[in-house]
Design a binder for this molecule. Structure first.
Ligand code: GTP
Ligand code: MG
Length: 198
């Protein structure tokens, strides 16, 4: 298993403009500033995605083309980096726009294999998370919860958080990750490749 090439393709809000018609896609979704772009960079071990210390900086769905080798076969995937949601300084109208935008993009996109729900390991689940979770279930979207920034907490804390998350989301995949240390990288990458393969 290895990454052969990773490059930026484009930013778009329309899945119809996505191009690369039948290539499977994996979406990275989560709150603003949670570490979605950093996760992509750590996964591909290259700085392809723009990270920012200004929350809410990402306005489009940014697409990256990933060439990789898995089980001895060369394959291609799209990683899509979503604008973060739930940034408190953004107006209600903007929040609603975000919701419409991601719903539109995801519901009209037939190539999505999985949603990586990037979640700050230190956060408490709230109403906004609950809404997102319900939407995943309603639309039968395959998602994986990834607790990130684990480098900021003890092993014990992360283990407890993982168990609590299990209660929140019920059945479903949960992984832990740190973009800073690379903790959990191999496991998450294997998971992504194996789910994109089916
Ligand atoms: P938006 O696109 O604005 O929604 O943000 P994002 O979710 O893409 O977050 P981004 O990757 O830009 O990271 C936000 C900040 O968190 C940056 O300062 C990163 O360096 C930091 N960060 C991201 N992942 C980690 C991590 O695993 N550990 C630590 N310590 N910091 C992280
Ligand atoms: Mg980002």
């Amino acid at each position: 298993m290895r990454i052969l090439n990773a490059e930026y393709v484009k930013g778009t809000l329309e899945p119809e403009n996505r191009g690369m018609s039948n290539i499977p896609e994996v979406c990275f979704i989560g709150r603003s500033n949670v570490g979605k772009s950093s996760m992509i960079n750590t996964l591909v071990m290259q700085k392809v995605a723009r990270t920012s210390s200004t929350p809410g900086a990402t306005r489009m769905v940014n697409l990256y083309s990933i060439d990789y080798e898995y089980r001895g076969v060369r394959q291609q995937l799209i990683f899509s980096d979503f604008p973060g949601f739930g940034y408190s300084k953004v107006s209600k109208v903007m929040q609603q726009n975000w919701q419409k935008m991601i719903e539109g993009y995801i519901e009209r996109n037939k190539n999505i294999k999985r949603i990586i729900w990037v979640y700050d390991a230190r956060r408490e689940f709230d109403n906004l998370d609950e809404m997102l979770l319900e939407w995943f279930f309603d639309r039968k979207l395959h998602f994986t919860l990834v607790l990130t920034k684990t480098d900021k907490e003890s092993r014990n804390f992360v283990d407890i958080k993982k168990r609590l998350s299990r209660q929140w989301i019920g059945e479903g995949e949960i992984f832990t990750f740190s973009a800073k240390t690379g903790d959990g990288r191999k496991e998450l990458l294997t998971h992504i490749f194996s789910t994109a393969d089916t």
